[in-house]
Write a protein that binds this ligand. Sequence first.
Ligand code: ZN
Length: 131
Amino acid sequence: MQTIKVKTSSRTDMKEITSEVSSVVKASKLEEGACLVFVAHTTAGITINENADPSVREDVASTLERMVPWAGPYRHAEGNSAAHIKASLVGQSTIVPIKSAHLMLGTWQGIFLCEFDGPRERLVHVVLLRA
Ligand code: ZN
């Protein structure tokens, strides 16, 4: 397992981490298996989506914002309930197949850390699973 540190730059940030995850996979020389990518926080998520047109990640972030507005009403005293809810909607992990130490992502797919309460430094654990 390897841990990647990711610095986010705003409250909501869709930060692509494909190349960082890919480096871990390449270094492993794993022939066949899968890669689990897990963010160890309650106000951030991990997703796979299009990395070609940046408008896609903006649309995802703005739609989540409309679905779960920052201003409540919420009960959680820390004041960041929207971030917790978005993190649950997106989920904390994803899994990508590996072949010849290569992530089997589709042409337009990228792995994103979804920041919902930044800017912060986030820890992402990359676990390699042998087939
Ligand atoms: Zn909180």
